[in-house]
Design a protein around this ligand. Structure first.
Ligand code: MG
Length: 377
């Protein structure tokens, strides 16, 4: 990252490493001395000239979306072309708010997280994500450079996930009344014909798969917060899963459940499935991939990796005769190369999850009791 300063030493411009995104504060019509104080002030949420400046100089060039350029009270979406490519009568619709602390962490920041989180929730219904909205609540004093980096990350995340921001909003709250930045994203996707994926569809005999190692995101955040240092920095796994889901749907339409293992981790997803589908769930602890550094961090902090949040991991439940095909399709994709079969859906102990432990016993794996790691996404 390269920083450009003015003659008085205030930072005017930041050039990202990939050289794709630039934040140029020169030429803003903000009243002096604002240009010399490149932080968010209440005026940036006022609906007046300063907000227009923020939109024109920061959001619009980065997002570069024709839909946003409509500049109407609501964006008009033309579905004709979409329905030509994906004939369908069903949409998926979801919303999520991101309040993560810290806003920059190893492997990502609140910006790309807010895009991938909503893209993944759409993808878990088998939907192709199409449009997102982004609502920003900014705290007075947030450095403009931080906002620039976050917004640039959102734009490149949209490109990676092949979605478009179609609506947006910005509000500013007084210093001390926020935590730098909160982002809400809402998403719409289209569900292809013949797909019926739901957390209540698991059936006894089904095989449970996961696309890779668990606990990376939560432990990346925890190690920053607790100042833990390991030989290898733990990186968040934040990533868009819609490309991988496309591959799985190409391999088979017989997917019963998919859920991304975010807050509450793997344990929460398996419990939600056991209750919603009224089935028993069994998994083998040693079959679940966990990175050594994540395991070490969990041991040090006394945490169970099966309860730790992920931002690029999903549980996929398929009939036994589809499992090999789906596992192979997963492993072919970069976000599924460490995919593994971790357990089975069973007839008995309906509503409960049990784990076959590494020392050879069995234990009940309950829903997490409360918020294990607050402000994780
Ligand atoms: Mg989810």
């Amino acid at each position: 990252m390269q920083h450009i300063f003015n003659s008085e030493g205030w930072e005017l411009e930041v050039i990202m490493e990939d050289n794709k995104s630039q934040l140029n504060l020169a030429g803003w019509s903000c009243p002096i001395p604002l240009i010399n104080y490149p932080t968010i002030v209440l005026g940036h949420g006022s609906g007046g000239k300063m907000m227009a400046d923020l939109i024109q100089h920061l959001f619009a060039p980065v997002f570069n979306s024709q839909l946003l350029n409509q500049l109407n009270d609501s964006t008009v979406l033309d579905l004709k072309e979409i329905l030509n490519s994906y004939p369908s009568k069903r949409l998926a619709f979801t919303t999520d708010s991101f309040v993560i602390n810290p806003i920059f962490f190893p492997g990502g920041n609140i910006g790309d997280l807010s895009i991938y989180g909503t893209v993944n929730d759409l993808a878990m219904s088998g939907a192709k994500p199409l449009f997102l909205s982004a609502g920003f609540i900014l705290e007075e004093g947030l450095p403009m450079n931080s906002l620039g980096i976050i917004v640039s990350s959102m734009a490149s995340a949209c490109k990676t996930a092949n979605v478009c921001i179609a609506a947006g909003d910005t509000k500013v709250v007084n210093k001390g009344h926020g935590d730098g930045i909160y982002i809400n994203t809402t998403g719409i996707g289209i569900i292809p014909e013949g797909i019926n994926i739901s957390i209540s569809n698991a059936a006894p005999g089904d095989v449970i798969l996961i696309n890779g190692s668990v606990g990376d995101h939560g432990m990346a955040i925890m190690s920053v917060r607790s100042g833990l240092e390991f030989e290898t920095t733990i990186q968040s796994d934040t990533a868009p899963l819609n490309g991988l889901v496309d591959e799985l749907i190409d391999a088979t339409h017989e997917i019963h459940c998919m859920r991304d293992a975010t807050r509450g981790g793997l344990a929460a997803v398996l419990n939600e499935m056991a209750v919603s589908s009224n089935v028993g769930v069994e998994f083998i602890e040693t079959a679940v991939p966990i990175k050594p550094e994540v395991n070490a961090a969990c041991e040090m902090l006394g945490l169970d990796p099966f309860y730790i949040a992920n931002e690029g991991k999903m549980v996929v439940v398929v009939p036994e005769n589809q499992a090999d095909k789906v596992l192979m399709a997963m492993r072919k994709h970069s976000l599924g190369k460490d995919a593994a079969e971790i357990g089975r859906v069973v007839e008995n102990h309906r509503g409960l999850v049990t784990a076959h432990t590494r020392i050879g016993g069995n234990r009940i794996v309950d829903l997490p009791a409360g918020e294990l790691l607050p402000r994780i996404c």
